[in-house]
Design a protein around this ligand. Structure first.
Ligand code: FRU
Length: 494
C-alpha cells in the first residue's frame, strides 16, 4: 500500500474536477434536485451511510471523462438527502490490486466500527488473466481521508469461482459478527456468497446465501441484504435476465447455516434507467434505497447514455426511496418525505371526469414538478387511460394504463431524440378501487410510482424546456379522477 501514490491520484482527480466543474454546473441538462457528481461520469451508489450526524453518499466516479473508465469513489454529505456538499474523492486506483485501467475501485459498502468509517470495495487487477476482482478495505478516522489497508486484498475468489465476476461487497453486523455478501459466478449461474468476520479484516467463507439455477441470471451485481419487519430482503441487479434488471427476494434468514430462504420475487423498478440500488438504515429507522439512474450496453433496450456527455458529465441517482413491506409480502417503494419540502405552487382538482378529449394538467414549473393522481376505478367506465408528459408538437412521453389487460406501458419512443423503447409491467389491480399515481419530473428524468409504490418505472427523458404540455386522456368512455394535484419542485441551494 502506497499512501503517497493514493494521495497523488486523488490530487490528479481534483485538478481535473477544478478544471471543468464551473462550466458543467451551468450545463442545460443538469438535474435540478437529483444528486449528481460535480462533473465526469457517475454510476452506482456506494457506501451509503449516516455517519457522525450526516448522510454520506459515495459513488462510482470517473472524473476524467463523461464515460465509464477507471473507477474512483466520489463522496458527498448532506443533512436532508436533498442538499449535498461535495467532499474530496475518497478512493482512487493506486495499488496493483485496484488499478486495472478499465476497472479501478469498484462498488461496495460503508460501515462504522469503533468510531471509524470502513469502506469495503472491489479491487480490479490486471495480472495477465483478465479483470481479477478481489475484496478490499480502506478506513478513515475523520470520514473524509481514507487509507487503504496494508493487508489488502482481504478476500479472493474461492476455488471454482470466476475471478472476473466476484464483486460488490455488502457488509453488515448481526449480533457480534460482521457479514459480507459478494456477487459471484460459478459455471453459468449467479450466486451471492456469504462471508463472516469478527474484526472486519479476517474473513471466512460461510455459505452460498442464495443462488440462481439459471432462472435468475448468470451474475448478480451489487447484492444488498437487509432485515425488513420480520423478514429479510435480498436485492440485486441480475445479468442475463432480459428486461429484468433490479430484483428483490423476500424471505427468512437462517444465520445458523448462512442460508436465505425466499418466498417472494419482485421487481424493484421496471424502467430502463434504474440500476445497482443500494440500501441503508437511517437514524429515523427508515430503510432507504438509492440507485443509479442509467444502464449498461448489455441491457436489451440500451442505445446510449443520453446527450449529457456533450456537456462533459453523465449520471445521477434516482430519488431516495423508503422501502416498506406490505401485508402480501411484496415491497413498496415510496419517495422520501423530505421531497415534500421542495414543493411550491400547488394546483389541485377534485372529482373530475376525464373523457377521450382529455384534460390539460397545469404545473407551476414544467421542468421540475410532482404530479399526484388518484383515480376511482369503481366509478370509471373506460378500458384505460394515458398520461402525456413533457409534450410539444413532436414529442411526448406516454404512460398508458390498460385497465382491461391490467398492464402499464411507459412509452419513451417519442420522448426525446435519445434511447427509444417501452417498459412494461403488470398493474396489480386485484381489489384496487383507488389507483394512485405519482410522477416526479426533473430536467432529464421522469420517475413513476403507482399503487402505493408497488410498481415503479424510472426513465431518463431529455426533454427541452419547451416541452411544457402535460395532459391525461381516457381511451374510451370516462375516467373518474378523485384528486389531481401538482407542485413545482425547487431546491434553492446546493
Ligand atoms: C454495476 C457495476 C458493478 C461494478 C461497477 C463498476 O453497475 O457493474 O458490478 O462494481 O458497476 O463500475
Amino acid at each position: 500500500m502506497d499512501q503517497l501514490r493514493h494521495e497523488e491520484r486523488i490530487q490528479r482527480a481534483h485538478e481535473e474536477i477544478r478544471r471543468t466543474r464551473a462550466s458543467v454546473a451551468k450545463a442545460p441538462s443538469r438535474q435540478r434536485y437529483h444528486f449528481m457528481a460535480p462533473q465526469g461520469w457517475l454510476s452506482d451508489p456506494n457506501g451509503l451511510i449516516h455517519f457522525r450526524g450526516r448522510y454520506h453518499y459515495f459513488y462510482q466516479y470517473n472524473p476524467f471523462d463523461a464515460f465509464w473508465g477507471a473507477m474512483h469513489w466520489g463522496h458527498a454529505v448532506s443533512d436532508d438527502l436533498l442538499h449535498w456538499e461535495h467532499l474530496p474523492v475518497a478512493l482512487a486506483p493506486s495499488e496493483s490490486y485496484d488499478d486495472h485501467s478499465l476497472g479501478g475501485c469498484f462498488s461496495g459498502t460503508a460501515i462504522e466500527h469503533e468510531g471509524k468509517l470502513y469502506l469495503f470495495y472491489t479491487g480490479t487487477a490486471n495480472n495477465g488473466n483478465g479483470l481479477e476482482q478481489t475484496q478490499c478495505v480502506a478506513f478513515s478516522g475523520d470520514g473524509v481521508k481514507f487509507e487503504k489497508y496494508a493487508g489488502n486484498p482481504i478476500i479472493t475468489a474461492p476455488e471454482g469461482y470466476d475471478p472476473a465476476n466476484f464483486r460488490d461487497p455488502k457488509v453488515w453486523k448481526h449480533g457480534d459478527t460482521f457479514y459480507m455478501l459478494v456477487g459471484a459466478k460459478k459455471g453459468d449461474f449467479a450466486q451471492a456468497l456469504l462471508f463472516a468476520s469478527a474484526n472486519l479484516l479476517n474473513w471466512e467463507f460461510v455459505n452460498v446465501l442464495a443462488e440462481s439455477r439459471g432462472e435468475l441470471g448468470y451474475m448478480w451485481e451489487c447484492p444488498d441484504f437487509f432485515p425488513l419487519g420480520d423478514k429479510y430482503v435480498l436485492m440485486f441487479s441480475p445479468m442475463g435476465l432480459g428486461e429484468r434488471k433490479t430484483l428483490y427476494l423476500v424471505g427468512e434468514m437462517e444465520y445458523r447455516t448462512g442460508k436465505f430462504n425466499y418466498t417472494t420475487v419482485g421487481e424493484v423498478d421496471w424502467g430502463h434507467h434504474y440500476y445497482a440500488p443500494q440500501s441503508f438504515l437511517d437514524p429515523k429507522g427508515r430503510r432507504i434505497v438509492v440507485a443509479w439512474a442509467n444502464g449498461w450496453q448489455w441491457m436489451p433496450w440500451w442505445q446510449d447514455w443520453g446527450p449529457t456527455y456533450q456537456e462533459k458529465w453523465c449520471g445521477w441517482f434516482a430519488l431516495p426511496r423508503e422501502v416498506k413491506l406490505s401485508d402480501d409480502g411484496t415491497l413498496q417503494f415510496l419517495p422520501i418525505e423530505e421531497l415534500n419540502s421542495l414543493r411550491f405552487g400547488e394546483q389541485s382538482l377534485e372529482n373530475v371526469q376525464v373523457g377521450t378529449e382529455g384534460l390539460e394538467i397545469q404545473v407551476a414549473d414544467p421542468v421540475a414538478y410532482e404530479l399526484y393522481l388518484e383515480c376511482d376505478l369503481s366509478k370509471s367506465e373506460t378500458s384505460g387511460f394515458a398520461l402525456h408528459l413533457k409534450a410539444d408538437t413532436e414529442h411526448e412521453t406516454i404512460i398508458y394504463f390498460d385497465l382491461l389487460k391490467g398492464e402499464l406501458c411507459f412509452d419513451r419512443n417519442r420522448s426525446d431524440g435519445w434511447t427509444k423503447g417501452v417498459s412494461r409491467s403488470p398493474l396489480f389491480l386485484k381489489d384496487v378501487d383507488k389507483l394512485d399515481i405519482r410522477v416526479f419530473a426533473d430536467t432529464s428524468s421522469l420517475e413513476l410510482f403507482v399503487n402505493g409504490g408497488r410498481i415503479c418505472h424510472s426513465h431518463n427523458v431529455y426533454a427541452g424546456p419547451w416541452q411544457t404540455k402535460n395532459s391525461i386522456t381516457a381511451i374510451d368512455g370516462n375516467l373518474v379522477v378523485r384528486r389531481l394535484v401538482t407542485y413545482g419542485l425547487s431546491r434553492t441551494t446546493d
